[in-house]
Ligand binder design. Sequence first.
Ligand SMILES: Cc1cc2nc3c(=O)[nH]c(=O)nc-3n(C[C@H](O)[C@H](O)[C@H](O)COP(=O)(O)OP(=O)(O)OC[C@H]3O[C@@H](n4cnc5c(N)ncnc54)[C@H](O)[C@@H]3O)c2cc1C
Length: 348
Amino acid sequence: MATAEVIVRGAGIIGLSVAWELRRLGASVLVVDPDGAGSGASGGIVGALAPHVPEGWNAKKQFQFESLDMAGGFWSEVSEVSGMSPGYVRAGRVQPIADGAAEKLARARGSGAEELWGGRYNWEITDDPGPFAPLSPSGLWVRDDLSAHIHPRRAVAALAAALDVRGVPVVSAAEPGDAEVWATGWRGLVSLTNALGWPVGDGVKGQAALLLPKRPPGLSAQIFTGSLHVIPHLDGTVAVGSTTERDWTAPVSADATVAAELAAEAEELVPALRGAEIIGRWAGVRPRAAGRAPLLDRHPLREGVWIANGGFKIGFGMAPKIGRVVAEAVLGLGDEIPNSFRMTPWEA
Ligand SMILES: Cc1cc2nc3c(=O)[nH]c(=O)nc-3n(C[C@H](O)[C@H](O)[C@H](O)COP(=O)(O)OP(=O)(O)OC[C@H]3O[C@@H](n4cnc5c(N)ncnc54)[C@H](O)[C@@H]3O)c2cc1C
């Protein structure tokens, strides 16, 4: 069986991003996934890369901001090397403002964003959100230009192809390595919970629908309505999601009724989607670490093994920076992992 200096187990967005950065730093790397790249939560269709709100700013929010800031460069290199489009575009996000109280909060968030985003991105209140926008009872919307979106399934395929070009294949099995990174999604969190005897994390299922609007939205901002993400992909399809299901038995079964409900909610809120056809549906299980932040740390029981997991609902947004800090830590080149991402603070 093949081997390398570092074995990355799990070919989702997290494992592939770590492998990408390990290779960039000069390591020989193999990615191992018996089910192939994008077979887990990363093979989906939604792909919102949107910032956290400014209040309660903490290490996780700062980390995600830095990762969103890195994303343009990250995905443009992947696209160049692979010759494939990940569907990345920084087209911003619009959100409806319900009433006066929401407007006050939105304005306060604008001031917070200005400070926390270093003046490099805008958060504004507008009465002109463009043609692809949700209804707004107040006639006002928040628009930010830090948010981007991506086509997750295509992004993972492009990243796996780019890794292959750089000599990092995704294989179905490999000998154990002296250094390993386990990025094995929700299954990995359940295995760790069983191995350690305390709740490390679990899986939260989500479902989404893919729509074909009567008129393609073109290059448009994504929409967040408070409950629904609406992502206008560059290919003219629009993804709508997602459900949050803690009790589930069938991890990848996507229900036609759920897709119809998501589409109906989107059509009600976004006039440009009225009469859209449902052309697909998808389900996956998000890896949710019990501490809610990603889990990036050495395996407490296995010498040489690192864990990179727990991206939960924002794994794609976090991936560029997770890849960078985990690769540096594994190779002993630095340690920028926030303390709140390690196992110990919430272990007890
Ligand atoms: C419906 C839905 C909507 C979402 N929307 C967004 C969004 O808008 N924006 C966003 O940023 N994120 C979103 N997410 C979350 C995002 O998809 C996840 O955070 C991300 O995919 C997690 O990536 P991962 O690599 O950790 O896990 P996964 O993609 O699940 O990858 C884990 C991989 O490990 C493999 N594996 C398991 N066990 C082993 C083993 N023993 N050896 C080797 N390989 C193994 C699996 O086959 C799998 O391929 C969404 C998720 C869902 C389900």
